[in-house]
Design a protein around this ligand. Sequence first.
Ligand SMILES: [Zn+2]
Length: 244
Amino acid sequence: MNPKEQGKTAGLTFRRKRILATLAAVALLLGSLWFAEAFGPKRTPAFSAADRGILVIDPGHGGIDGGAIAYNGVKESELNLSIALKMQQLAAFYGIETRMTRQDESPRTELDSYSEREELAYRADLAEETENSVLISIHQNFFLTSQPSGAQVLYGSGTESRRLGELTHRNLVEALQPTNRRVAAPAPAELYLTSHVSCPVILVECGFLSNLSDLQLLSDPRYQSALAAVLISSFLQYTNAPNL
Ligand SMILES: [Zn+2]
């Protein structure tokens, strides 16, 4: 093994160790949430299980719209869906009611009648029609150069969206990306989904498909599970303590 390969192996081992440490931290976070819920002092929850709200999970893009495409052909829509399905499973475990804007990669409409705007309007309507909803849209970022990396949460207008966005971004950085210096930011007005719903809404850019180490992490099912766990934990934290 030449020094270059040794370096690669060391890098891989380091990455594995980092993922395992991350998973352990997320498991601890989820475990403590569950323990507090099951055995903790019974303070009056701000939201009971019944009125916690319905989590609408939107795996961005899908069907004929693959979203951003990495150099190796990995499609944003597929990564978004994998993370969203893991969120759905975890939510079911915690008794959180969910709606999915899509459940697979199949197109919802015929190819010749597809319109991106109509697809986004369908997703916004689903969140609007769902009573007491909170919308989390999952996306991946892309840039023309490979340098930018890290997650960023964009939030819709209103203090509730901002609170959900800031706490989710903080949790992502603390649990998964301690060197991430990005901050949660208001979603640009031209983003359709975040500006066409009245419920609390965030759009989570989980990482950059244009950055090699982000792409490797995002393609790893264990990292996807860790992301899903942080996002569900953030939803629980948000609905448990509305005044924090
Ligand atoms: Zn996207």
